[in-house]
Design a protein around this ligand. Sequence first.
Ligand code: NAD
Length: 287
Amino acid sequence: MVATFLVTGSASGMGQAAAERIRSSGHRVIGVDIKDADVVADLSTDTGRAIAVEAVLERCGGVLDGAVLAAGLGPIAGRDRMIAQINYFGVVNLLTALRPAFARSGRAKIVVVSSNSTTTTPAVPRRAVRALLDGDPEKALRAVRWFGKRSSPMIYAASKIAVSRWVRRHAVTVGWAGAGIRLNALAPGAVMTPLLAEQLANPSEAKAIGAFPVPAGGYGDAGQLADWMVFMLSDAADFLCGSVVFVDGGSDAYFRSESWPAPVPARMLPRYALRFLGYRRFMHRSR
Ligand code: NAD
């Protein structure tokens, strides 16, 4: 059966590689990008996102078998507002509007491209993450402003933490898991794409990237990351739900080998018990 997949960021890098692989396995791709795509739309604005949703629904006939959300920006200086808009709202608003189309498929799989910056960037303000999850980009931008020239890595990491948390919150609910949708995130480390090449063109950024601990060495390959995406869109992912899969050469493990997985500490037992006992009500409420 020919399935239909949405791929944002289909014009370059990992999104382009994923779109090529999906097409070459005989499936249909609706590519969305700001350039060179089936649907040309600017995912940094509400209007652009609405245009994208309408055009995708028209092309897929109201049924989507899956998606890769790869459109995004890196931590480029001076682009904080765009980073927040594309990396967070360009994913969340699109997925929310298209959820009924995924539900109609009955077994849709979605891969949101996050980043290992979520766990390897220190001191990201929690307020920025909370503000994005509350739908308030201006508050998120205010929360990182005092970092001055370092604000873009902060809003970048905040946008990827927020989008990962959104994935985990929603993946387990009746509206998503209960509708047969498997919503997961992939967290790459530095992958050789035009995005990374732009960062490496700046000598001080190149120095910082070069000094960053990557136990496996070197950079990730866009084609290999796309293979992971395709795997996460396949039947093999039927039982994968709300996971953030790190493919980052070991940086996350290097920094956090002791902090995750972690046992639930005794002081958290009341909260854990409430969550456990409230499961049925939660599944009912999340309808
Ligand atoms: P890329 O620049 O090669 O591709 C990103 C695509 O997003 C481009 O085709 C671009 O046109 C599109 N895009 C940008 N702004 C847009 C907008 N306003 N509207 C619609 N489309 C827009 O980058 P990539 O490295 O393939 O990145 C893919 C995803 O992976 C991004 O979300 C990025 O944050 C994330 N990521 C990249 C790396 C890396 O090292 N390359 C690491 C971790 C996470």
